[in-house]
Design a protein around this ligand. Structure first.
Ligand code: ACO
Length: 332
């Protein structure tokens, strides 16, 4: 017996960025760097930093609220919440449970998903599968990060890269046969943990005065190796998903890539043969917001009219793990 899948789509998008802007020039007052170095190596000019009491769940809830508004879906109709985050409010309960409460949702299920910067693409695929099965009507999928908490502000090789924020989408059943969600391809290489990780705070290095002293609770990264791996896996993943659906790179109307580094995106564009003007970029204003990066960019691309109805949209990400993934949607 073959299983019938429910067609699905993204019915709404939303995002939230904290008000506080931290410019490259301001960073250069505390670490040995410059606006020129940061901009030419990364394309980043500034990033947003959450205020003291502003938690990942607060940013996630606000982005989620905005996406529900654009989807025109009542809170009672959301029965699944997934939050992709590397910076939850606390180890448990999940940030998704906190968001469910803050938004007053009657969800059947709420949980967090951790796949570093690829988290949103992983969460999208998870929610897509659950809604497609017919068991859930609408899912709220959020990528939210307060990376400023886990960035080592004394390490100039990482602190210049990251920022805070949240983005969200609503996944719903689709009634338009000409548009909608096509699918995703995910990947992982667990042998590359050392390239990008946060060693402290888990059972391997529990929090102690020594672990704090040794700065084990901050992001550690081998930038050059990450750069090379990122280009390779994003290209591979994008080509895989296109091929799977019998599509080619020239049919893509808009690419929404993980906003980590402009040079990574430019190299990817040239390898895929997709002109840079088809890539939506906002990393100059936000830096790398990890799991929040793609949904913030997607929301801005939709609201600014950059993504048009009927256009093929490719989202592609990579992150710690290493993890990677891409997804395709014919925009509604
Ligand atoms: N300001 C000034 N100089 C700096 C800075 C800085 N902020 N950071 C490093 N440097 C210096 C280094 O000390 C080094 O000096 P040296 O030559 O005297 O030793 C020199 O600049 C070159 O350093 P590299 O690390 O080789 O510089 P590179 O050109 O590779 O750029 C960068 C570094 C921007 C980090 C790049 O490697 C990169 O973007 N990598 C990918 C990182 C990334 O995308 N991470 C996010 C992953 S997603 C996730 O899951 C979180």
């Amino acid at each position: 017996m073959t299983q019938e899948f429910v067609p699905i789509t993204i019915s709404g998008t939303g995002s939230y960025a904290p008000k506080r802007i931290l410019t490259n020039a301001e960073l250069a007052e505390s670490v040995d760097t410059s606006d020129e170095w940061i901009f030419t190596r990364t394309g980043i000019r500034e990033r947003r930093i959450a205020t003291d009491g502003e938690l990942t769940s607060d940013m996630a809830a606000e982005a989620g609220r905005r996406s529900l508004e654009t989807a025109g879906i009542a809170r009672g109709e959301i029965d699944l919440v997934i939050v992709a985050t590397t910076t939850p409010d606390m180890p448990f309960p999940s940030t998704a449970c906190l968001v469910q409460h803050k938004l007053g949702l009657n969800s059947l299920a709420a949980f967090d998903l951790q796949a570093a910067c690829s988290g949103f693409i992983y969460a999208l695929e998870t929610a897509a599968g659950m809604v497609r099965s017919g068991a859930y009507r609408n899912a709220l999928v959020i990528g939210a990060e307060r990376l400023s908490t886990i960035v080592d502000w004394q390490d100039r090789s990482t602190c210049v890269l990251f920022g805070d924020g949240a983005g969200a989408v609503v996944i719903s059943r689709n009634h338009d046969p000409k548009s909608g969600w096509l699918g995703a391809k995910l990947g992982c290489d667990g042998s590359a943990v050392e390239l990008l990780h946060l060693p402290g705070g888990g059972c391997q290095i529990p929090a102690s005065s020594d672990s704090v002293e040794e700065r084990q609770h901050f992001i550690k990264m081998k930038g050059r190796e990450v750069f090379k791996a990122a280009v390779r896996v994003m290209e591979q993943s994008a080509l895989q998903i296109l091929e799977h659906h019998g599509l080619t790179a020239d049919q893509v109307g808009c690419v929404v890539p993980h906003q980590a580094n402009l040079r990574i995106i430019e190299t990817l564009a040239s390898r895929l043969g997709i002109p840079m003007d088809r890539f939506f970029l906002n990393l100059d204003r936000y830096g790398n917001t990890s799991a929040a990066s793609i949904p913030i960019a997607l929301d801005e691309a939709v609201r600014s009219g950059r993504i048009k109805s009927g256009e093929l949209v490719l989202m592609v990400a990579f992150g710690g793990g290493l993890t990677w993934g891409s997804s395709l949607i014919r925009w509604p």
